[in-house]
Write a protein that binds this ligand. Structure first.
Ligand SMILES: [Zn+2]
Length: 97
């Protein structure tokens, strides 16, 4: 195990993974609703982690796992943004081939 790896648990599959491989969804302390972590976000708050996979996103959506983990409402637009990000990641991966 290398030094500096931070493990976090995906809210859907409960697998522990390197934090850098997971997506972080944040409920900022300022209470302005849930955001996805990104370069422009920089939000501090309560966070939940999700694998970048369609099965974990679907499961989180169906079972309201983000809502439970963050203890607040998570709008559909968050799940749509996650799916969008997944599509972009896949597109980037196929271009790299
Ligand atoms: Zn997962």
């Amino acid at each position: 195990m290398s030094v500096g790896v931070v493990l976090r648990r995906c809210v859907s599959c409960r697998e522990r993974q390197d934090r850098r491989l997971l997506w972080r969804i944040i409920r900022p302390f300022d209470g302005k609703g849930v955001v996805l972590e990104g370069p422009a976000t920089g939000a501090m708050g309560r966070s939940a982690y999700l694998c970048p996979s369609s099965s974990c996103i679907d499961d989180a959506r169906r079972r309201k796992r983000l809502q439970r983990s963050l203890r607040c409402q998570v709008s559909d637009s968050i799940y749509m943004a996650l799916e969008e990000r997944l599509n972009q990641t896949r597109a980037a991966a196929s271009e790299a081939r």
